[in-house]
Design a protein around this ligand. Structure first.
Ligand SMILES: [Cu+2]
Length: 151
């Protein structure tokens, strides 16, 4: 390749500078409803990072602990565990849904009741290492089965 290529990329980056902050679009955010005394639930949504990045943290006032989880088969048992980050390829919606990636809300401080809105703050790290906080409002959906998978 010629040396012109990096120059063009640099020019493109310079042009986009005024709005160069990584942009993250979150859609369809919801939290699974809980029954009284239930201490954990999952939050689900679709996340698109326009420039690519990584979801590195989540927090919410309704839970003492919030983690990014993935589910995977271990033998013939579906298990979930915390992961340090979830890659967000540029422009591609990443779905967090039951049976897959999800945000795990633990040490719940209140019951999640259908129709309520739960504020979540996502932290997305861009390719440049800069972190962006995204405030998300997730509505609680009552779904029969509680989030009862074992850790
Ligand atoms: Cu989980």
């Amino acid at each position: 390749m010629t040396r012109r290529y990096p120059t063009l990329i640099a020019a493109a980056l310079a042009l986009s500078a005024p709005w160069a902050l990584a942009q993250t679009i979150v859609k369809d955010a919801w939290v699974r409803g809980t029954v009284a005394e239930q201490k954990a639930t999952g939050a689900f949504m679709s996340i698109t990072s326009t420039q690519g990045g990584k979801l590195v943290a989540v927090s919410t006032p309704v839970a003492g602990v919030a983690e990014i989880h993935e589910m995977a088969m271990s033998g013939n048992v579906m298990k979930m565990h915390a992961i340090p980050g979830l890659a967000l390829p540029a422009g591609q919606p990443v779905k967090l849904e039951p049976g897959g990636y999800h945000l795990m809300l633990m040490d719940l401080k209140q019951q999640m009741k259908e129709g309520e809105v739960v504020p979540l703050t996502l932290v997305v790290e861009g390719k440049d290492g800069k972190r962006e906080s995204i405030d998300v409002k997730a509505s609680v959906k009552a779904l029969g089965a509680p989030h009862s998978m074992k850790h």
